[in-house]
Write a protein that binds this ligand. Structure first.
Ligand code: PMP
Length: 393
């Protein structure tokens, strides 16, 4: 045997290249915002998850600097050992207040929050029902849990009901997983109908509010608030869903959380491996997130600016009859292309005009598209420039 045990990797990489699926990083310089600098050129930025434009906000930066000076850089250990600071608890209380839940727990990322929460809520004798377009962290959380996993058709409550009717009685516990705003399409899950089925079939529900937190709902609490008002968040209701989210999108920092009843959160603190066995979120990230939540609660006008910008872009894109714009109820607007090549060419054409809007392709999504994300800090002029550029494609 002379060949390297790693030789197959080179062949796999070649296959990825041939399919046009090869991915590369691009370094962004300077503070993030409605425009960004990349490879020495300034672009209009329609690719960021920083929906409220807080990641470059002076107040978050000052809060992070103050925390660095007080607490140093690293948190030095897990939360149950030397990693816990009063700041972490303050952030958890702030998240619970934003989400109108009894309690919350902060993880070091949203991905880890999903892995930890799902693997704690279900195990080998249980069933997970997961929307086919759910984020990778939900799907991998389900796999890590060891539960039996069934995917239901995207946002299709009828299919969910059929699968529950056929399978529910064979398992001890059942957990339904859904994104609230789907990250690669921008549509909203049918949460009221999912909660109804969950009550009927005695299932837990975990809603991923990563793209909804700070963005949607009367007070920016997310999709659960959007659908049900505060009453839907009454944690004493047996059907109240467990909510997770990230601090890295509208909140402009880093980290993830799970919010829900005091009992669920207490259980996660005692059982979730990706919380217990990882280093606590850094003090600077924690302080920045805390400041962002204060801003989300005290400056609802930022959310209004975001939705005004979304409406403006949506209206303009719909004027271009040659474009296929996917249905969306969020700041994520996708323009679909028939193949990888045409999506890549469109992205390049936009880039040539100084607009940063990357193509998202299989295997990340089933069909190639340009995924646009709108920010509260996009001016009307910037939105119009993008719409004009699409008109020229
Ligand atoms: N859920 C969804 C729907 C997401 O889009 C993401 C991030 N892309 C995550 C979870 C993971 O969050 P984080 O980036 O904080 O790990």
């Amino acid at each position: 045997m002379t060949s390297s045990p790693y030789a197959w990797i080179e062949q796999s990489l070649e296959t990825i290249h041939r399919a046009g699926w090869y991915r590369q990083t691009r370094a962004i310089s300077g503070r993030p915002g409605a425009t960004i600098e990349c490879d020495g050129r300034r672009y209009l930025n329609f690719a960021s998850n920083d929906y409220l434009g807080l990641a470059g906000d002076d107040r978050l930066i000052q809060a992070a600097i103050a925390a660095l000076q007080t607490y140093g850089t690293g948190s030095t250990g897990s939360r149950l050992l030397t990693g816990h600071r009063t700041l972490h608890r303050e952030l958890e209380i702030a998240i619970a207040s934003l989400k109108h839940t009894e309690d919350a727990i902060v993880f070091s990322s949203g991905y880890l929050a999903n892995l930890g929460a799902i693997a704690t809520l279900v195990g080998k004798r249980d069933l997970v029902l997961s929307d086919q377009y759910n984020h990778s962290s939900l799907r991998n959380g389900a796999i890590v849990s060891g539960a039996s996993v069934l995917e239901y058709d995207h946002c299709n409550v009828q299919d969910l009901k059929i699968k529950l009717s056929q399978q529910r009685t064979h398992f001890q516990h059942c957990l339904i997983l859904t994104d609230s705003i789907f990250s690669m399409d921008g549509d909203l899950c049918p949460l009221p109908e999912i909660l109804e089925l969950a009550a009927q079939f005695e299932c837990m529900v975990l809603v991923d509010e990563a793209h909804a937190t700070g963005v949607i709902g009367a007070t920016g609490a997310g999709c659960v608030e959007h659908f049900g008002g505060r009453s839907a968040l009454d944690t004493s209701r047996s059907s109240a869903p467990v909510q997770m989210g990230t601090l890295s999108k509208a909140i402009g920092s880093l980290g993830g959380y799970v919010a829900g009843s005091a009992t669920v959160i207490d259980f996660l603190r005692n059982r979730a491996p990706s919380w217990i066995y990882t280093t606590a979120l850094s003090p600077a990230d924690t302080a920045a997130a805390l400041e962002a939540i204060r801003i989300v609660q005290q400056e609802p006008q930022r959310r209004q600016q975001l939705w005004d910008a979304v409406t403006r872009l949506k209206t303009s894109l719909h004027h271009h009859a040659h474009l296929t714009v996917l249905p969306s109820q969020s700041p994520i607007l996708c323009v679909q292309f028939p193949e990888v090549k045409s999506a890549l060419a469109a992205s390049q054409a936009l880039q040539d005009q100084g607009i940063f809007a990357p193509a998202i392709r299989p295997p990340t999504v089933p069909t190639s598209r340009i995924r646009l994300t709108v920010m509260a800090t996009h001016s009307a002029q910037q939105i119009d420039r993008l719409a004009t550029a699409f008109g020229l494609l």
